[in-house]
Design a protein around this ligand. Structure first.
Ligand code: GLA
Length: 383
């Protein structure tokens, strides 16, 4: 049975389309690295309030291949950003580029690790399979770089939590997105067994197995890509902070459990946190119907109370809810476009996939847990 559409991300290998591209670009590569993306199964827009969230890393992600430069070669780090079709010999001056430029973000990650491009004498090629919004392509890009550098003995050593804080600062200062801690942690602490319960306040991560017998998470793209550096993400955060202050709560913490809240954004964050705890129970019990109902409620809350959905995401998730074999559907991640997360019966997926394609949503795949960043063998796909 083929669970994946042609041209859609292929879960059989780790981001195999990206592996093929980087090894074609650098056939003499001496090292290669993979960092997964992530899907957040429940708990959106609460990580920056110290909330507990439930992400899972993915077999789709970002791949980097590298070859050391010969001494006679000019300069330091040369990067081939294959998905942007751009090649650049980086320099510290790239930090002066506009917010969000990939060269600025890359040099900012180096700087945060105590490095400059001039001191990294490598040629690297990078490509990913997370395009479209919502699967954390930015954190995956930063982590493939940071963890590959460590593998080469370069840059300061950091545990996952301190690296996540560093990358959060890079994202804020160099991409203009005041994000939380979830994405780099979901990736760096990812397991191949299932999801993670991340407590962004306590700094703890607990593996959570996917207890369903027949149901799987699927991802379907709504057809509208999104960027967060246009200010939308920061605006919803600012609106939330204002509502928290207005009702006398701390601006960067969840309102205490059981506290009476009035404003719609506060209703979202409070109810979303409760859905994470209920979702953990449903996962442990293998209760797909219960988890699906929580997903539907989460989408409603993100759309109506938090205002981060789009008509295309609403149409896709409403369509999904009416189809046999679907337990639930929600936008996942920041919102404003991108991928939707479904919980579906595995047997029903081929037919569902055809239906989504016929309705204008052809990009879809089953979400498989992808583990943590790691070195890739140079063997088969390369040569
Ligand atoms: C983006 C941010 C995360 C988180 C999600 C929404 O992915 O990077 O920190 O806030 O949105 O849950």
């Amino acid at each position: 049975m083929t669970l994946y559409s042609p041209g859609a991300p292929n879960p059989e290998g780790l981001a195999s389309a990206a592996q093929a591209r980087v090894f074609e670009a650098l056939p003499e590569a001496q090292s290669a690295f993979f960092a997964p993306g992530r899907v957040n199964l429940m708990g959106d827009h609460i990580d920056y309030l110290g909330g507990v969230v439930l992400p899972m890393s993915l077999t789709e992600g970002t791949v980097l291949a590298a070859e050391a430069k010969a001494r006679r070669d000019e300069g330091g780090l040369e990067v081939w950003a294959l998905d942007a079709s751009e090649k650049a010999l980086l320099s510290s001056k790239d930090l002066e580029r506009p917010l969000g430029d990939w060269r600025r973000r890359l040099v900012a990650v180096l700087a945060a690790l105590g490095l400059t491009p001039e001191t990294v004498p490598f040629r690297i090629a990078i490509s990913g399979t997370l395009a479209g919004g919502g699967l954390s392509s930015s954190a995956s890009f930063a982590l493939v770089l940071a963890r590959w550098l460590r593998g080469e003995g370069l840059g300061e050593a950091h545990d996952s939590w301190s690296l996540a804080r560093i990358l959060q600062t890079v994202e804020r200062d160099h991409a203009g997105v005041a994000c939380g801690l979830m994405d780099p942690l979901a990736i760096d602490l990812g397991t191949v067994d299932g999801a993670l319960r991340l407590d962004c306040e306590q700094g703890t991560a607990t593996p959570v197995a996917l207890g369903f017998s027949e149901a799987v998470f699927a991802l379907v793209h709504c057809g509208v890509g999104r960027r967060l550096d246009d200010g939308a993400y920061n605006r919803v955060r600012a609106r939330l902070a204002a509502a928290l202050a207005e009702e006398g709560f701390s601006a960067d913490r969840l309102p205490p459990q059981g506290a009476r809240v009035r404003a719609a954004p506060l209703r979202h964050v409070q109810s979303e946190q409760a859905r994470v705890w209920a979702g953990c129970e449903a996962l442990a019990a293998g209760d797909a119907a219960a988890f699906g109902a929580l997903m539907d409620a989460s989408h409603g809350s993100l759309a109506e109370d938090y205002g981060v959905s789009l008509p295309e995401l609403d149409r896709l998730t409403a369509l999904a809810r009416g189809l046999p074999g679907v337990h639930g559907a929600r936008l996942t991640g920041a919102g404003f476009g991108g991928w939707a997360q479904l919980l579906v019966e595995l047997d029903a997926w081929p037919e569902l996939h055809r239906t989504f394609a016929a309705e204008g949503f052809p990009k879809a795949f089953i979400a498989t847990p992808g583990g943590a960043p790691r070195a890739l063998p140079l063997g088969s796909s390369h040569g």
